[in-house]
Write a protein that binds this ligand. Structure first.
Ligand code: SAM
Length: 230
């Protein structure tokens, strides 16, 4: 297995420090699991296009810490689904950091889910399941579970598309969290009626770039995730 140039000890130390800044405590086994996942991601990416971020620094900051930057917004959610997880973000770092919560990771691309499942298996992440599925199909046909306390998505679709495709997956009283870069004002203006958007700034340790979280909640029980629904 190849290693990341940053060096295992330095990489883990920076992950530990960055996570602590975000209020997340990681023990040695959790740091080790995320290190090993990063190595696996980098290795596999030489053969299968999983991510454009492959440097040790990038994996640390733009994948691991960026994923953990939503930690304080998870509330008391027990069941969480990551829509469009790609190479496993934010779902894998969150599942490793919060073993008491149950995570489902989905993506429409089979080869990405094959990799995520291999990672889950290799690292023994018992609170995560990965499925090759599109959000809209899962919500139409039902998956392992039909609704979740939290639906989360990073860098996937517009807010309106997320509500349309994944709104039905949000349990009553639950939230849909969209992780974005710059403030997506146009998208917020186009949020379907029946849904309320709240915006938070996120800070990623070691990163000088804008990050925002849009939290979407139903404002009326009639809203079923269709654009224009009241
Ligand atoms: N969330 C990952 C991250 O931030 O690294 C991947 C982001 S990538 C830009 C978007 C991913 O969303 C792709 O892997 C794509 O296959 C997936 N995707 C887009 N729409 C989807 C849908 N409706 N259901 C499931 N996956 C979807």
């Amino acid at each position: 297995m190849q290693t990341l140039e940053l060096g295992e000890a330095a990489w883990k130390q920076r992950l530990d420090d960055g996570a602590a800044e975000l209020g997340v405590r990681l023990d040695e086994s959790q740091l080790d699991a995320l290190w090993r996942y990063g190595v696996m991601l980098r290795e596999r990416n030489q053969h299968v296009n999983l991510t454009s971020i492959v440097s040790p620094e990038g994996i640390l900051t733009l994948h691991m810490l960026d994923s953990l930057s939503v930690a304080s917004h998870l509330g008391d959610a027990r069941s969480i689904i990551d829509i469009g997880t790609g190479g496993g973000f934010p779902g894998i770092p969150l599942a490793v950091a919060f073993p008491e919560r149950k995570f489902t990771l989905i993506d429409g691309t089979q080869k990405k889910i094959r990799f995520v499942n291999e990672g889950i298996e290799a690292l023994g992440i018992r609170n995560a399941t990965a499925l090759a599925a599109r959000a809209e199909d899962l919500s139409r046909h039902g998956g392992t579970q039909s609704q979740y306390d939290l639906v989360i998505a990073r860098a996937v679709a517009t807010l309106a598309e997320l509500v349309h495709n994944a709104g039905r997956l949000v349990a009553p009283g639950g939230r849909l969290l969209a992780m974005k870069g710059r403030l997506p004002e146009d998208e917020i203006g186009a949020v379907p009626r029946g849904w309320h958007a709240e915006v938070f700034s996120l800070r990623v340790p070691g990163l000088d770039a804008q990050r925002h979280l849009v939290s979407l909640t139903r404002v009326s029980p009639q809203a079923k995730g269709k654009p224009g629904a009241r």
